[in-house]
Design a binder for this molecule. Structure first.
Ligand code: BG6
Ligand code: MG
Length: 222
């Protein structure tokens, strides 16, 4: 990693890092799978972390051994999303994960730039419901990228919007595809979750309460 004294910038994934939406994705995908005559497990849901909506649907249909046309898949994805949006529309600030508010507040107070780098097309609704929107200097989500994680596009776009060199960006990710995207972008990466699931992350924490600004800034010297 290149040594520099330029300020760092922080890029946060949303689902699983700042808020816990996995349970809503799970309920909506399970209802869809059940309506097609097969089950969907929490273990399978784990494998969909960081994976965009259409790719998730493809994986679920494959697990269920079901083939659908492109237009049927569009309709199924829309049905799942309708149910998911119904659930996230009722989210509150209580569903912000431990340490997120404190870290975002400290970063803001320190003048460190903050971006969102998410695969979700529902990020604005979630940020609004959980009262997190005001922290972000830039938002890149599933509506503004053409390729999905592990492609680095989402994070490179965030760095560009923050006008920060990629070497100065620290990504916070709970999905392996996201860690891989951050590494492909040549950025520093903090894994959120279990170390054995997140190879490549420079450090892995259980949640954002376990890291300070000093520790984040020290990553560039590792
Ligand atoms: C990611 C989630 O953040 O967003 C995935 O980890 C999800 O599970 C993806 O499939 C897309 O979300 P959405 O809200 O656009 O359907
Ligand atoms: Mg995530």
């Amino acid at each position: 990693m290149q040594h520099t004294t330029e300020p760092i910038a922080c890029i946060f994934d949303l689902d699983g890092v700042l808020v816990d939406t996995a349970v809503y994705h799970y309920k909506a995908w399970k209802a869809l799978a059940n309506s097609l005559g097969f089950d969907f497990t929490e273990l399978q849901n784990e494998q969909l972390k960081g994976v965009n909506r259409m790719r998730s649907l493809d994986m679920i249909l494959q697990w269920g051994g079901v083939t659908q046309s492109a237009s049927e898949k569009e309709a199924l994805a829309a049905k799942k999303n309708e149910q998911y949006v119904g659930m996230i529309s009722k989210m509150t600030v209580q569903e912000v994960l431990p340490g997120s508010l404190e870290l975002l507040t400290a970063l803001k107070a320190a003048g460190i730039k903050i971006a969102l780098g998410s695969a979700s097309k529902n990020s604005s609704l979630i940020l609004e419901r959980t009262e997190l929107a005001h922290f972000f200097d830039a938002i890149v989500d599933g509506n503004s990228v053409t390729t999905s994680k592990p492609d680095p596009e989402v994070f490179l776009k965030a760095a560009e919007l923050l006008k920060t060199a990629k070497e100065n960006c620290v990504v916070f990710e709970d999905a392996l595809a996201g860690v891989q995207a951050a590494l492909a972008a040549d950025m520093m990466v903090v894994g959120v979750g279990r170390a054995e699931h997140l190879p490549g992350a420079q450090v892995v924490i259980n949640n954002l309460s376990e890291i300070t600004i000093n520790e984040i800034e020290a990553l560039r010297y590792q």
